[in-house]
Design a protein around this ligand. Sequence first.
Ligand SMILES: C[S@@+](CC[C@H](N)C(=O)[O-])C[C@H]1O[C@@H](n2cnc3c(N)ncnc32)[C@H](O)[C@@H]1O
Length: 389
Amino acid sequence: MVMYIETGHTTPGLEIVIKLSRALGVDPRWFAFGNPEPERHITQFLGTPECDAIQAIFDLQAILNRRSGTIDVTYNYLDPLGAAQWVKLLEESAFAALVEAVPLQDAFVTIAKLVGNQPVDILGLGAGTARHELGLVRRFLARHHSDIRLLLLDISHALLSLASQEAMVQIPAKWNVPLLCVLGNFQALPTYAHVLDGQGPRCKVVCMFGYTFANLENELRFVEKNLSWLPADSLLLLDVPVAFARADSPHEIEQRDPALSNRRPSDWQRRAEDFATGPIRRYADGVLDVTLERVLDNRATTVPGSYAITASATVRFADKTTGNFSLGCTKRYDVSGLAKSLEALGWNYASHWTYADGTNMLCLFQRAKPTAWRKRRTGASPVKRPKKS
Ligand SMILES: C[S@@+](CC[C@H](N)C(=O)[O-])C[C@H]1O[C@@H](n2cnc3c(N)ncnc32)[C@H](O)[C@@H]1O
């Protein structure tokens, strides 16, 4: 039948046209008369074996039953209730104001200059609801950048679903922006590289918004292990807290850092603590009370000039036992130290923008050409350095 139609021996009737168009997955109007296909979003959702939420719950329960161990922050996001708490936290006024203050437009102007006319991929790692990644895509589209893809990677199915729904609302289908949502672990990023790479060279803009980088146990090892496959000229945009005082002045840090001096708005503090201790309260049996403590911990840092604030929880159980759990850490950075550390890993400092009264910053890095980077590892070569802030 198809051969007869193609060679002009038969003109298909309406019924055949509809059947063929269904089989091919195209619009019958376009198939019969060449009318443009109706616009639709091009979205792909990809699961990976690393995101086994059920196994994660069993692992978490084993830690809780042992009454000690580390409850990685990832457990909070894997659990839909934890993800829901995170979304509520984002709506809390002080937190929302901080998110609103991110100087995305300033960063975009520099990124757009560096990207030029190349096809571009915005890759959000730990993208959550992808608010800022979507903001970058919208800005590129407003400049009529014609070849852009949005790639979102997160370990939370609940948050990734919200992000993809939001993408459909914010990016009109007529722009044909492919959206790829990868439910995955960014600690296994190189194993997804083949699905993240598009056809032909594309400039990757890797984003880690919302302190995601600052929560990593060893952020330099993370960069080395997970970002080395990215080609030269790729960009890395990090959203991190700024050190409140010099890392070697613990007394000053204790006084000035709001996480240690309890100077945060009480509502935010309460919600943040509920979020941090959520996995314990939801998955341990017989919890009487949970006490959260934050301490300055300089052993947890790998970047010069940075310091870490680690959180731990002491739990009293109904069976009269006590549990002690580490809940991970958040680092604060000095931009020069961060630039120096990333430069040694082949990422050159490009620019940074502080916000929220200088307590946070967006930092932009660009992947060095392999030859330049190797030369620098062995000898000196001039690179841009941040001005002392
Ligand atoms: C602090 S939130 C930031 C979310 C988002 N970037 C924002 O600015 O609102 C950290 C995000 O990283 C995700 N995440 C945590 N550990 C992860 C992992 N190992 N692999 C992938 N995503 C992870 C969480 O699900 C969460 O969405």
